[in-house]
Design a binder for this molecule. Sequence first.
Ligand SMILES: NC(=O)c1ccc[n+]([C@@H]2O[C@H](COP(=O)([O-])OP(=O)(O)OC[C@H]3O[C@@H](n4cnc5c(N)ncnc54)[C@H](OP(=O)(O)O)[C@@H]3O)[C@@H](O)[C@H]2O)c1
Length: 309
Amino acid sequence: MRAVIARAGSSVVEVVDAPDREPGPGRVRIRVAAATVNPVDSMVLDGAPVRFGLVRAREVFGLGWDVAGEVAGVGAGVTGFAVGDAVLGLRDRLDVRAGAHAEFVVLDADAVGALPAGLDAVAAATIPLNGLTAWQGLDLLDLSAGDTLVVTGAAGAVGGFAVELAAARGVRVVAVAGAADEDFVRGVGAEWFAPRGPELADRIRAMVPGGADAALDAAMLGPDALDAVRGGGAFVVVNAGAAPPALRGIRVHHLWVRADGARLAELAALAEKGALTLRVAGVLALADATEAFARLGEGGLRGRLVLVP
Ligand SMILES: NC(=O)c1ccc[n+]([C@@H]2O[C@H](COP(=O)([O-])OP(=O)(O)OC[C@H]3O[C@@H](n4cnc5c(N)ncnc54)[C@H](OP(=O)(O)O)[C@@H]3O)[C@@H](O)[C@H]2O)c1
């Protein structure tokens, strides 16, 4: 099968022939219909996880975390899925030889969720990594209806989902994004809009006196976002390099996304009924993966680029 890989010492994406594996016990083989290109794929291509000691060096890294497609085989002991089922899934390991940017991918069954009939695979493929990150970040913050939350990078994939899921929980959200994204973040439920820029914490504190109860820092602003949180509040870091010190008794959580098929099915069901906004910036053939990575690297995308085999 064809698969997209990153080779050690090279920052060039390669589309290669890769072994097409059968699913082992407890695993599901998925025929990929759509797979998104995320910032983490660019980081793997750039060698960052190896440089930062997050994963051992290997000759070849498979790319692609998010997948939507159809079950093409199930391993021993898998009861929840059958061949032909429409699914979405997440691989959440850094050190794989083949990822979701491929014709087939093999995932643990509990990393796979049902894809509702009314949801198209290309749009659904934008859910897993960033939808789960947003959901799990909100769970860590443990907010109640009426609490206040700052979301930085609110127009991005993690941030946009975080705003919408938080607002659905009754949380009052301050969205931090560029001026051009105000309509989007308000449209997904932000109560306040704070344009990115200097004196951010002061401006947020003018909206939420005393500071917000929590922040989810998808733009990796670190201390600038922490300063907008009240003493004793909570803070979620999505990138280890951007963790602020846990000053003023603020709980600082480091989030590493965890595949969760049941939650993926819930997120997909929300999207199907229009309660989760999915954004596709463009659709490219798997063979054009190089172009997709180049476009992601240029920045400014709203929504995800999706590869189709
Ligand atoms: N820990 C985990 O498990 C996990 C899981 C998923 C993602 N992540 C990480 O989370 C981060 C966000 O991912 P993503 O997919 O949401 O990225 P994304 O879609 O590129 O969104 C990032 C957003 O932040 C905005 N931004 C950049 N600088 C900003 C600033 N100073 N103030 C306000 N907004 C700013 C960007 O705006 P512009 O485009 O205008 O610059 C963009 O809208 C990435 O570092 C990713 O690797 C971590």
